[in-house]
Design a protein around this ligand. Structure first.
Ligand SMILES: [Ca+2]
Ligand SMILES: [Ca+2]
Length: 167
């Protein structure tokens, strides 16, 4: 004996409604998903920029306060040290003043090909011992402030500062 079941499945209208509801829900989920991706990518690029800045700041701070072969108060690059680099010729802190590289380069001048979207800049300035925020005349004090700036995208920036004191 065959039993009659008046309703065994979905009607076409029910299926269309389910598809519409799932479509709306999927659009909402995709919006949230893309937001999560955007928020996740930004800290990674900030972390990379911070590492690029830390590496260059550590390099600058490892150099002498000033050129040991010149009179005290000398400032800037000496003969043979070019703004275009390479940095492996730099031997004192103020050699790095106004250094910029886009894309970033290593000390030998080789491009760091994984970081081509970043720009690194260095500014070195003499400051007073009681006012580290104000620049003063080049070579006039025993304190040099080093600022390393890393830029990427159109408006992202990391700036790290260090202080080199004459021994
Ligand atoms: Ca110098
Ligand atoms: Ca030098």
């Amino acid at each position: 004996m065959i039993k009659y079941c008046p309703r065994s499945g979905f009607t076409l209208i029910e299926l269309i409604l389910v598809i519409i509801i799932l479509g709306v829900a999927l659009v909402g989920l995709m919006d949230q998903f893309s937001l999560v991706i955007t928020r996740t990518a930004k800290p990674v690029s900030t972390y990379v920029a911070l590492n690029l800045a830390q590496g260059l700041l550590a390099e600058v701070l490892s150099k002498d306060f000033e050129d040991t072969g010149l009179p005290a108060g000398s400032f800037g690059r000496e003969a043979g040290e070019l703004l275009a680099g390479p940095r492996n010729l730099f031997d004192d802190v103020d050699d790095y003043d106004d250094w910029t590289s886009q894309p970033p380069q290593d000390r030998q001048g080789l491009v760091l090909s994984d970081f081509t979207q970043y720009t690194r800049n260095v500014i070195v300035a003499n400051v007073l011992s009681d006012d580290l925020d104000s620049d003063t005349t080049d070579g006039s004090t025993d304190y040099k402030k080093i600022q390393v700036q890393v830029l990427w995208l159109s408006d992202e920036e990391v700036v790290l500062s260090g202080l080199k004191i004459k021994k």
